[in-house]
Design a protein around this ligand. Structure first.
Ligand code: FES
Length: 156
């Protein structure tokens, strides 16, 4: 059984006020759902469809197109490690392997306590700060092993 929590309901009310055509609020509602649940479940798709008067299949087709919506639950901290050309030329492969080893998981996995998920990502448009990673909404640039230690160890 899926239900939006109180904070999400307030956000949804504001979002729906901005869109005369309810269907246009699909991406913002998916974002609210991803933030609340850390994934988009089939039950959530049904509820979003009901709110916006679209089919769950339509919700699923949109959710599955965008990489920021996840079918499987991600950790509280979602680490997106850029592996594109600028980051590649500045050693991202070794740093990604270092991060995976530090977390005790493989790339693509979530730690057993659901704190971290580590994923590869394409260019995040912060090439001048390569090598870089994004954790939730924050970019971390010019990474080194020591900097990665400092960043990850500082997250509660
Ligand atoms: S190549 Fe890594 S941010 Fe662009």
């Amino acid at each position: 059984m899926f239900a939006f929590n109180e904070a999400s309901e307030k956000e949804i009310e504001k979002i729906l006020g901005k869109y005369p055509d309810r269907q246009s609020a699909l991406l913002p509602l998916l974002t609210v759902t991803q933030r609340q649940e850390r994934h988009i479940s089939p039950e959530a798709m049904v509820e979003i469809g009901r709110r916006l008067d679209v089919s769950p299949a339509y919700v699923q087709s949109v959710a599955s197109f965008y990489t920021m919506y996840h079918a499987e639950k991600v950790g509280r901290y979602l680490i997106l490690f850029c592996i594109n050309i600028s980051c590649q030329l500045n050693g991202c492969d070794d740093l990604l392997a270092y991060t995976a080893k530090k977390l005790g998981i493989e790339v693509g996995q979530t730690t057993p306590d659901e704190k971290f998920t580590l994923l590869r990502e394409e260019c995040l448009a912060a090439c001048t700060g390569a090598p870089m990673m994004r954790i939730n909404d924050t970019f971390y640039e010019f990474l080194t092993p020591a900097k990665i230690d400092e960043i990850i160890d500082s997250l509660e």
